[in-house]
Design a protein. Structure first.
Length: 368
């Protein structure tokens, strides 16, 4: 894992808005042998995406029709977004990306959302979900994961850019503002493709941490209960108090089964005890079962954790802060603006705390 402090990475994940060609058949015939062979393995960037037939849902309709991918490749750039229905990041990104692709880009790029519905989601349930979200993009159902394998999807949401010649240029991106080449974001690359300008071919993108998109933004407020006492905790009350006391609010997202969290915990505790007069450390933990609850209790006692531990029900706050891995630290300025994000278990947090105190509070010498 690596530490991320990004000053210019804003954006969202999502799926796509636009037009695609649909066949009128009510059901999809089995793919031909040629099409099947074309997509059982990954299509490397720089190569053309070949034919594939998928089932798809027309925007505003519950009817499942046949979509021939060949009919939407090679005339305009194609942006494909793979997501998991029901997950906050993908669904919020779907709506945000639809907005991004309107205006100057509308009609210049073919847009397609894709999901593998699995056995739990019926076609009707998928159509209802898309309608509830207000999806205005064609939405394909990748039942056999052929398209996912072809595009090299590692996790959802995943955005791929195919240029107007049908060549895969950018695979498995996570955000419009993610840098895909030196000084070029995914959004920039889509714009270039829409203008028929050269688009960089990207072999593989490094792991992206969307929490950095919050840097420079006001913190999202929330209310949670403290893990062991059940006492109510409201973030805005802490931020207001810290603004008066000139302290730094710090959110620490962790999990008791996380190896990197366990590795970091000793330095976190040393740093908190040493510099607690400048820091207001609030930890947030997502616990799914009784074993994880016991592990959290053991961790708190083993390290004599004295800062608040809040339980994040259904990952609401983790999703709100775009947290995709633990540990994640979010440092706020006293006025509530998000200053920086750290996502590593391989650093000494004593030195991290020192650095942030000096930078945010302009303290010359940080002593114990």
């Amino acid at each position: 894992m690596q530490r991320l402090r990004v000053l210019s990475v804003l954006g969202v994940l999502g799926v796509l808005y636009g037009a695609a060609a649909f066949a009128t058949a009510p059901a999809t015939p089995p793919p031909t042998q040629e099409a099947s062979l074309a997509v059982t393995t990954r299509i490397l960037p720089g190569n053309k995406i070949t034919a594939l037939k998928l089932r798809a849902i027309q925007p505003g309709s519950k009817a499942v029709q046949s979509l021939d991918l060949a009919s939407v490749i090679g005339s305009k750039p194609l942006v494909v977004c793979y997501l998991k229905l029901g997950e906050t990041a993908g669904e919020e990104g779907l709506l945000s990306l639809q907005t991004f692709l309107r205006g100057p880009l509308e009609g210049k790029v073919t847009l397609l959302g894709v999901a593998n519905p699995g056995s739990k989601l019926s076609d009707a349930a998928v159509a209802d979900r898309l309608s509830l979200l207000g999806v205005t993009a064609p939405f394909a159902l990748d039942d056999g994961l052929e398209l996912g394998r072809a595009l090299g999807v590692t996790s959802a949401p995943s955005i791929s850019l195919i240029d107007a010649t049908g060549v895969l240029r950018v695979p498995d991106a996570k955000s419009l503002k993610q840098e895909v080449a030196s000084g070029i974001s995914l959004g920039d690359a889509i714009g270039k493709a829409s203008r028929r300008e050269p688009v960089p071919t990207v072999a593989r993108l490094g792991r992206y941490y969307p929490a950095v998109e919050l840097i420079g933004e006001p913190y999202p407020d929330f209310i949670l209960k403290k893990f062991e006492s059940g006492e109510r905790f409201k973030m805005s009350e802490t931020v207001a108090r810290d603004a008066k006391e000139k302290k730094i609010p710090v959110l620490f997202f962790w999990h008791p089964n996380c190896v990197h969290c366990k590795k970091s915990m000793p330095s976190i505790m040393v740093g908190y005890k040493a510099y607690g007069k400048w820091l207001d450390l609030i930890s947030i933990v997502d616990l799914k079962n009784s074993d994880e609850v016991r592990n959290a209790q053991d961790t708190i006692r083993a390290h004599a954790v004295s800062f608040p531990v809040l339980r994040d029900e259904d990952r609401r706050i983790s999703d709100l802060y775009k947290v995709v891995s633990t540990p994640t630290f979010v440092f706020l300025k006293p006025d509530g603006t998000i200053d920086s994000v750290y996502t590593s278990g391989d650093v000494n947090y004593v030195t991290v705390f020192q650095a942030r105190i000096k930078s945010i509070l302009k303290v010359g010498q940080v002593g114990k």
